[in-house]
Design a protein around this ligand. Structure first.
Ligand code: MN
Length: 237
């Protein structure tokens, strides 16, 4: 496309995240999410028949990303707005049908994400065997902290992952409890999609998910990858 190209409506902005130790930012292409990746969360949701099912994936729109420190308005179309703390994998290279052994080569870094969920809509969709979009893929549903380059932070295979609401810890797990670990997720996803630089993968949440109210302060933390703080704003019309 020539630099002089013009558009008939305003072009979407490039979505990006800050990178620890760099003035340059991480541009976001796609946001994939893994469903059901910690046993204790599967059990609290009482939704899987086989607890070792292959991982499954859904997406959030990239412009659903909000940055650390943001206020996220309580969204429309729900009375059960919930958090899920998750390790985020940031893809840095093309990957298609890569093995588990090759997967780390495609990873740029890691971050903390919160998979915000309209739980009532998600359960409704599941009950009717409909896609999860209404429950998962809405505006501002993907808060994401800064990206830490691989090797510059914690170990994506182990380490505490926690979330607190108004200073009270509600979620606690360990990255080692993932049913499908980081390289297995990347390998699995790359069998179905071309992974490209800029892709993010939210890797599932441990037990302890729950609802929030306007005014709540939510802090996620993962060992070696910092923290992510958001505040829930007033209900949107
Ligand atoms: Mn999730």
């Amino acid at each position: 496309m020539s630099p002089e190209a013009s558009f008939v409506v305003p072009a979407p902005e490039t979505v990006s995240l800050p990178v620890i130790g760099s003035a340059a930012r991480f541009p976001v292409r796609r946001v994939y999410c893994v469903g059901r990746n910690y046993l204790a969360h599967i059990r609290e949701m009482k939704e899987a028949e086989d607890e070792r099912d292959p991982p499954f994936f859904f997406q959030k729109p990239r412009d659903a990303i909000v940055e650390d420190g943001a206020t996220v308005p309580y969204p429309p179309d729900t009375d059960d707005f919930q958090y899920e703390i998750e390790l985020v994998v940031a893809v840095g290279a093309h990957a298609r049908d890569v093995s588990v052994g090759e997967a780390f080569g495609a990873i740029y870094g890691y971050g903390i994400g919160i998979d915000l969920t309209r739980r009532d809509r998600q359960r409704e969709c599941g009950g009717k065997r409909l896609p999860w979009e209404a429950g998962k893929s809405f505006d501002r549903s993907a808060p994401c902290g800064p990206i830490t380059p691989a090797g510059a932070g914690g170990d994506p295979m182990r380490g505490a992952i926690t979330l607190s609401v108004n200073g009270v810890e509600t979620q606690r797990g360990d990255l080692a409890q993932m049913i499908w670990n980081v390289p297995e997720i990347v390998s699995n996803l790359s069998r179905s999609y071309d992974l490209e630089p800029g892709d993010l993968i939210m890797t599932g949440t441990p037990a302890g998910v729950g609802p929030v109210r306007p005014g709540d302060c939510i802090v996620g933390a993962i060992d070696g990858f910092g923290t992510l703080t958001i505040t829930i704003g007033d209900r949107e019309k």
